[in-house]
Design a binder for this molecule. Structure first.
Ligand code: IVH
Length: 706
């Protein structure tokens, strides 16, 4: 394996690090062979990170990456003197109670940008620059600009000494920022060590934006909702909140991204760049991510073309940009132009039309989801946001609606970013009319009329109609046939609507009894499409247990849990027989999930559905045939106390990969207990039951030898 990577490294990656070996690494106790191995793993992992994040061109799978990462972790654990601060394993820090974000002065202030909103102001900006430069004796009929997207996130500064990340600061007030080094280190896109290909400045400050993609934002907010925590208003707030976590372990779990756009303090050298665009290229070579969308343009008119092009591109991007930035490319010209108090004269932000706007709430409707959850959606006076008419905005859930104090008649701020569902951000209480009405909370389902309940402590209102509620049924069918579930090609949303409305499909089993002629009679169908659909349905009959469990749409059971349940139980029968107390002990299955699984299988109509599916020819592979024999198959492991080299999650992932199940409680069925530092009561319990106990070193050894 290592051999393979050494070849790979020397063949594909024609570079080496000048300073791969840190002082600690040169421990006389460590064999040069081992040092070399760790060195190679560092280089390989850094290279893969670079290919993945900077070049967006990975050459190995995530699993292979994880394997290499774990190999390095194991070696470091066995030889702590080989751990260096820039090791790829050293990203996740811990709670730093004593480090309440120390304030640090920027050696060069982090300035802001002047804004323009229209063409006229932009022409005036360009004219001003030409006049100033001419007065300095520079001939500049056409100025050369670098055009870049203006990312909407949080500005930070990263200070590298001898190529190693030493300090990360927020912009703060521009003169001093907060020390967020531990948190910045958890961001995978931020290199801990620069790639030394040719020359790397001894001191280099990289400036750029930390941000969150729209998808990452939605996912994060969904997690917050699931935990009954407050959602973030927008990706920028989510980014700022994530960077200010005292526990960098939390920051590490946030989907933070980074993109550099300039250089601050740096040592100079003979061939130091003379253009800003050259700096951007150097940053890429050093392994720092830079926007792929920057362009060098001659004259301000060409910049305007760039603006139009980026404005069109904006909706297709997976992250927010609130405009574009034009910067004079020539660094000498930048110096001559200088700055005003808070912004450089040589750059300007050309802002896009706002993605937030005001509107009036005309009413609130409730949408019913797959699991019966009612989501309040504000009906708005139609309004334009970034060129799109918006007439609805989500309020997420009743708690959010009440927290924001939304009434019918209110003037509200709406935000729409890219393809994200427009959101109601806030209410303007000052503009609340006397005739405003509180939003009624429904007691019956707006779709099926069944009773609606609000379970204790849960924010969600839920329709009790189950699959007799058409809204729930349609979405359950959609979920069952989706790509990660039974994967029925060609069964789209509109077709499902028709099948349910015609009452041809009242449950998922009905999908397997559809009539070709009836199908062909539907609008936009025809014989050929009906045949194709039936073929796709027929193909879906051969599936896997994981797909089936996921496709059943058991509340709280996503693909990861479905996979975990398959790995542990192997058969549907075994899963259906497990009680909540047992399920709860599985690492990754909490009490809510366990309860949801047992309630699902306890329902007679769910049991009947599974029997019907089987009768109709559905077969599922109970083991994944692609997996190689697992060495810890059938074993049940529990972890207690703190491990020094791995997080609990990493240890559990590693064990599961080898086929073991990981529980959180000791019982007589447990095979092995791993005892870390400061173990809990599990150790005594295991002792009484005579369960094998091993320490961290023994554990790591087993991981390596299996
Ligand atoms: S240059 C001296 N370039 O916009 C120049 N800033 O409104 C300072 N920003 O604080 C910044 N994308 O957080 C620059 N391509 C880009 C940018 C960018 C986003 C942010 C940055 C800055 C703010 C100013």
């Amino acid at each position: 394996m290592y051999q393979h990577y050494n070849y790979w490294l020397s063949g594909l990656v024609a570079y080496c690090f000048c300073e791969v070996v840190s002082e600690q690494v040169l421990d006389i106790m460590t064999s040069p062979k081992l040092v070399k191995r760790v060195e190679n793993l560092h280089a390989t992992l850094h290279e893969h990170n670079y290919r993945y994040y900077v070049l967006a061109d990975p050459v190995i799978s995530d699993q292979d990456y994880d394997k290499l990462f774990q190999d390095l972790q194991t070696l470091e654990h066995q030889n702590p003197s080989l751990i260096s601060t820039d090791s790829p394993t050293q990203r996740v820090g811990s709670i730093a109670k004593d480090r309440l974000f120390r304030r640090v002065t920027h050696r060069i202030p982090m300035l802001s940008l002047q804004n323009v909103f229209d063409q006229q102001a932009l022409l005036e900006f360009d004219h001003r620059l030409k006049q100033r430069l001419q007065s300095e004796g520079i001939d500049c009929r056409v100025l050369q600009y670098v055009c870049e997207p203006k990312l909407d996130g949080v500005a930070i500064s990263l200070f590298y000494r001898q190529g190693r990340l030493e300090q990360a600061l927020t912009r703060g007030d521009g003169h001093a920022g907060e020390d967020i080094t531990s948190n910045a280190r958890t961001i995978r896109l931020i290199p801990l060590k620069l790639r030394h290909q040719g020359y790397c400045p001894g001191e280099l400050e990289v400036r750029g934006e930390v941000y969150i993609s729209r998808q990452g934002f939605e996912h994060l907010n969904q997690q917050m909702l699931n935990r009954n925590e407050r959602v973030f208003a927008n990706p920028r707030n989510a980014t700022a909140g994530s960077l200010r976590q005292l526990d960098s372990g939390i920051t590490a779990q946030r989907p933070l991204l980074f993109c550099a756009y300039s250089v601050g303090i740096h040592s100079t050298w003979v061939n130091a760049p003379k253009l800003h665009s050259q700096w951007l290229e150097i940053l890429v070579e050093l392994g720092v991510p830079v926007s792929r969308d920057y362009e060098v343009k001659q004259g301000i008119e060409a910049c305007m073309d760039y603006y139009k092009q980026q404005l069109l591109k904006r909706t297709t991007l997976d992250h927010d940009i609130d405009g574009v930035v034009y910067k004079i490319d020539d660094l000498h010209q930048q110096q001559l132009l200088g700055s005003v108090s808070h912004a450089p004269r040589w750059a300007v932000a050309h802002k896009f039309p706002a993605e937030e706007t005001m509107s009036i709430v005309k009413g609130v409707d409730y949408q019913v989801g797959r699991t019966g959850v009612l989501t309040p959606v504000a009906r708005l006076k139609p309004t334009q946001i970034g060129g799109v008419t918006v007439s609805n905005a989500t309020l997420h859930n009743i708690d959010e609606m009440q927290r924001k104090d939304v009434c019918v008649g209110d003037t509200v701020t709406i935000r729409r970013a890219g393809d994200v569902i427009p959101e109601l951000i806030s209410v303007s209480l000052a503009k609340r009319p006397s005739y405003s009405q509180p939003v009624p909370i429904p007691t019956t389902c707006p779709v099926c009329g069944a009773r609606v309940v609000r379970f204790d402590k849960l924010v969600a209102l839920r329709c009790l109609g189950g699959l007799s509620c058409k809204a729930q049924l349609k979405q359950s069918i959609q979920h069952f046939s989706s790509r990660k579930a039974l994967n029925i090609d060609g069964l789209g949303v509109q077709l499902i609507e028709q099948l349910v409305d015609q009452q041809w499909v009242r449950n998922v089993a009905d999908l397997y009894q559809l009539d070709k002629n009836k199908l062909a009679s539907l609008p936009r169908m025809g014989m050929k499409s009906a045949e194709n659909l039936l073929t796709a349905i027929e193909h879906s009959k051969q599936t896997t247990l994981t797909r089936l469990i996921y496709g059943l749409g058991i509340r709280e059971v996503g693909e990861v849990t479905a996979e975990l349940l398959t790995r542990h139980f192997h058969t549907l029968q075994a899963l259906m027989q497990a009680d909540a107390a047992y399920l709860e002990q599985l690492d990754g299955v909490g009490s809510v999930v366990a309860q949801s699984i047992t309630s699902f299988f306890a329902e007679p109509h769910n049991q009947k559905q599974l029997t019907d599916l089987q009768k109709l020819g559905l077969v599922w592979l109970e083991e994944n045939p692609e997996t190689s024999p697992k060495l810890l198959q059938g074993q049940i492991w529990v972890l207690t106390g703190r491990l020094r080299t791995l997080s609990r999650e990493q240890a559990a992932t590693r064990l599961r990969a080898l086929g073991a199940s990981v529980l959180t409680q000791i019982s007589s069925r447990v095979t092995t207990l791993v005892v870390g530092e400061a173990p809990g009561s599990k150790q005594g319990h295991a002792e009484k039951l005579g369960i094998e106990q091993i320490n961290e070193a023994e554990f790591l050894e087993r991981l390596v030898s299996t």
